[in-house]
Design a binder for this molecule. Structure first.
Ligand code: ADP
Ligand code: MG
Length: 698
């Protein structure tokens, strides 16, 4: 068998390939473009395109595509072949620098939230040379940004790159203040842990709810769920192991650093974590990973569910966004250092994150808001909808000591003076105990745990990068030009701790008393649902911050708010329609058929002995008839509510209406159907049950 190191990245036009296939001058210019985000001129682009095409053709590619991430949440591609007719009637394979740099997909069908008038339907895609091109199937995929002709971002990559640049600018200012003149750039890195469910394709095909919405809309609790905790880290079943093995191979060929895999808490739930990498690449890789997960599953007769809440009553799936900041020389700025100066710097960056998370709780919440994720956040399994930071007792004690100017009573009794003392050696192992925190410091990185499993990680990182850039900007504005840097620094750190300690919470985030304390005593935000939080994207403070760093324009923010609410409404409408359809055409008829069988059985028995009471049949017939009536009534009501939704184009009103009337009615309809399921013969139930689905992969 081939060694992993032999085929790792074999489908990627990476640094090794570029070095081997590009003239030295072209290679160095391209490197410069990548490292310093410099412009690439057209003659160099032609040379890169030619080498890329030769390499791709040699690896079996016939087509190329600009691969981009529109606001639908999935990736988009339009394939063009390399062929160009030659005068002799044959074809040659061609690919120019112009085609590499810029594409013009017909963009009129992608969501734009009104940004792109329909007469100007052509958006354009622009090559992102910082993310390597790769081959998928027979197509060379070129990672690109997607914009309107007016330059407005229509995708997730453009603002992500802008937010990385904003953070880089401000972080460099801070590093210069600490006397570091050699660092060229500061980048954020992310390692996203991806959760998912695997079920059999055969059962999936029998469930319209899974096919249309990605989650089950009906299903009585299985006699066994996750209560035994026997799945988490349990032995991986052979069929799942075979899936994981092929998945790893496919990801490795694409240069994706798939590293860890294990069973998760719920039956049929698993997790895959890659080794962290630069944020925009991690984002591209995570999108690709989700796609490949589904493709490989199909080859194994399985379906990979990426929905946040495929099954009621068992854990849903999230995505942990492990985030850190580091310099081009490889120094992690969130890692406590060896010297007092390094530690003062560490504390300043730590404070920048604390301040950012407190000041922009709303943006972080918004960045993970979808109809699917609303089923997790605040629903007793994922972190709550309240954003808070876990630091661990020791780091917390350090901050408290700084704030109050009292000696730190950890290992050594010293009064901390930044820039003079070495930080006490707090034990990193104690920093990762809390699994209920939405935003946990884990030794040298922060783990943002509110993301849903199907979310692109772009949104969360755009907001995180921007908010931290804003803290750093405020610090740099204050510290640049002060006479006594150390005193000013100490003061600033103390002030941050004092002003923002309300966001730090080291207890159990799932506890109801915490929600009360957070909202009533600390004044933290608790936006439970997407319609609650999304409109705040346009709050003045948020618009000001995001536009001042050049991450979004005001028009872009307005369009995004509109699109996110529209996505929410569409998702729930599809769910409601699917429920109506399944209840009316599958569930009610099944219950009715079974009731009829019971009636026939009773009649047959009575024909034999007229004195028989047939209590079993008549009792059940009574209950099932009542349930069929309830189902029929609720179907009518739900259908009516959907029809009555405001269609004025006011997305906030529509989203609020959906949350207030449609979701509760869906829950009522489900309750009646689920009860009927527990009373109906299994052989008459029209689709696989929770027990079948959750324990079906063997
Ligand atoms: P967990 O205990 O949460 O499983 P791990 O240490 O296994 O934590 O890491 C989870 C993820 O965090 C992995 O994707 C890993 O690559 C990533 N990670 C580790 N160090 C960093 C870092 N400095 N910056 C960003 N991500 C990191
Ligand atoms: Mg983790």
């Amino acid at each position: 068998m081939e060694k992993v190191s032999d085929y790792f990245g074999s489908m990627v036009f990476d640094d090794r390939v570029m070095k081997a296939n590009l003239p030295a001058k072209v290679y160095h210019s391209l490197k410069k473009t990548i490292d310093e985000e410099a412009q690439l001129d057209i003659s160099l682009a032609n040379a890169v395109a030619a080498a890329m095409k030769d390499w791709a053709v040699a690896h079996g590619a016939t087509h190329y595509t600009h691969w981009f991430q529109p606001l639908t949440g999935v990736t988009a591609e339009k394939h063009d072949s390399f062929i160009t007719p030659s005068p002799d009637g044959g074809v040659i394979m061609e690919f120019s620098g112009k085609e590499l740099i810029k594409g013009e997909p017909d963009a009129s069908s992608f969501p734009s939230g009104g940004l792109r008038a329909t007469f100007e339907a052509r958006g354009y895609t622009a090559w992102d040379p910082t993310s390597y091109a790769f081959i998928k199937g027979k197509t060379l995929c070129i990672p690109t940004a997607f914009c309107s002709y007016g330059g407005e971002a229509l995708d997730k990559k453009t603002p992500l790159l802008r937010s990385m640049e904003a953070l880089n600018r401000q972080a460099l200012r801070i590093l210069r203040l600490f006397g570091n003149d050699t660092v060229k750039c500061v980048r954020t890195s992310v390692g996203p842990e991806q959760e998912y469910f695997l079920i059999t394709k055969e059962m999936y095909d029998q469930r319209p709810d899974l096919r249309f919405t990605g989650r089950t809309l009906f299903g009585a609790k299985s006699p066994k769920g996750q209560e035994m905790d026997d799945h988490y880290f349990g032995v991986i079943k052979p069929r799942v192991a075979a899936y994981m093995e092929e998945l790893n191979e496919e990801l490795w060929k694409l240069g994706i650093l798939a590293k860890t895999e294990h069973n998760e808490v719920a039956p049929a739930q698993h997790e895959l974590a890659p080794i962290y990498t630069t944020t925009n690449i991690a984002t591209d890789h995570n999108q690709l990973t989700m796609e490949i997960m589904q493709k490989v599953a199909a080859k194994h007769g399985l379906v990979c569910l990426l929905h946040e809440k495929p099954f009621a009553g068992v854990n849903g799936s999230g995505k942990h966004n492990n985030w850190s900041l580091s310099t081009d020389s490889g120094v992690n700025l969130l890692s406590p250092g060896e010297t007092p100066y390094e530690n003062a710097q560490f504390l300043l960056f730590l404070c920048a994150v604390i301040k950012a998370v407190d000041d922009y709780q709303d943006l972080l919440r918004i960045s993970v808001a979808t109809a699917g994720n609303d089923h997790r956040l605040g629903a007793n399994e994922a972190p709550p909808a309240v954003v808070s930071i876990f630091l661990g007792d020791e780091l917390n004690a350090v901050l408290e000591a700084i704030e109050s100017g009292t000696p730190y009573s950890g290992t050594e009794k010293t009064q901390l003076k930044l820039g003079v003392d070495v930080l006490p050696d707090f034990n990193r192992d104690t920093t990762d105990r809390n699994r209920t925190s939405p935003f946990a410091f884990t030794g040298n990185k922060f783990e943002f745990r509110m993301l849903g499993s199907s979310n692109s990680i772009a949104c969360a990182n755009i907001m995180l990068n921007s908010a931290v850039a804003e803290s750093l900007k405020i610090y740099a504005d204050r510290l640049e030009g002060v006479e006594d840097f150390e005193t000013a620094l100490q003061e600033m750190i103390r002030k941050t701790i004092k002003d923002h300690k309300r966001i730090i919470f080291n207890g159990n985030g799932y506890d109801d008393t915490w929600i009360r304390e957070a909202t009533q005593e600390r004044g933290l935000l608790n936006y439970r649902t997407t319609p609650d939080c999304m409109p705040h994207l346009l709050d003045e403070k948020n618009v000001r911050m995001l536009t001042s760093h050049g991450v979004f324009s005001e028009a872009e923010l307005e369009s995004r708010c509109e699109i996110m609410l529209e996505n929410y409404c569409k998702a729930v409408r599809i769910e409601a329609n699917t429920m109506v359809d399944m209840a009316r055409t599958q569930i009610a008829p099944a219950v009715e058929a079974y009731t009829f069988k019971l009636a026939q059985a009773a009649a047959a028995k009575k024909a034999v002995d007229a004195t028989l009471a047939c209590r079993y049949e008549s009792g059940l017939i009574g209950r099932l008839s009542a349930l069929t009536d309830a189902i029929a009534a609720r179907v009518e009501e739900l259908e009516k509510l959907v029809a009555e939704l405001p269609a004025s184009g006011d997305m906030i009103a529509e989203a609020n209406g959906i949350r207030a009337s449609i979701l509760p009615k869906m829950a009522e309809l489900r309750a009646a159907c689920d009860e009927a399921e527990t009373l109906t013969a299994k052989s008459d139930w029209p689709f696989p049950t929770y027990g079948d689905l959750l324990f079906g992969v063997r």
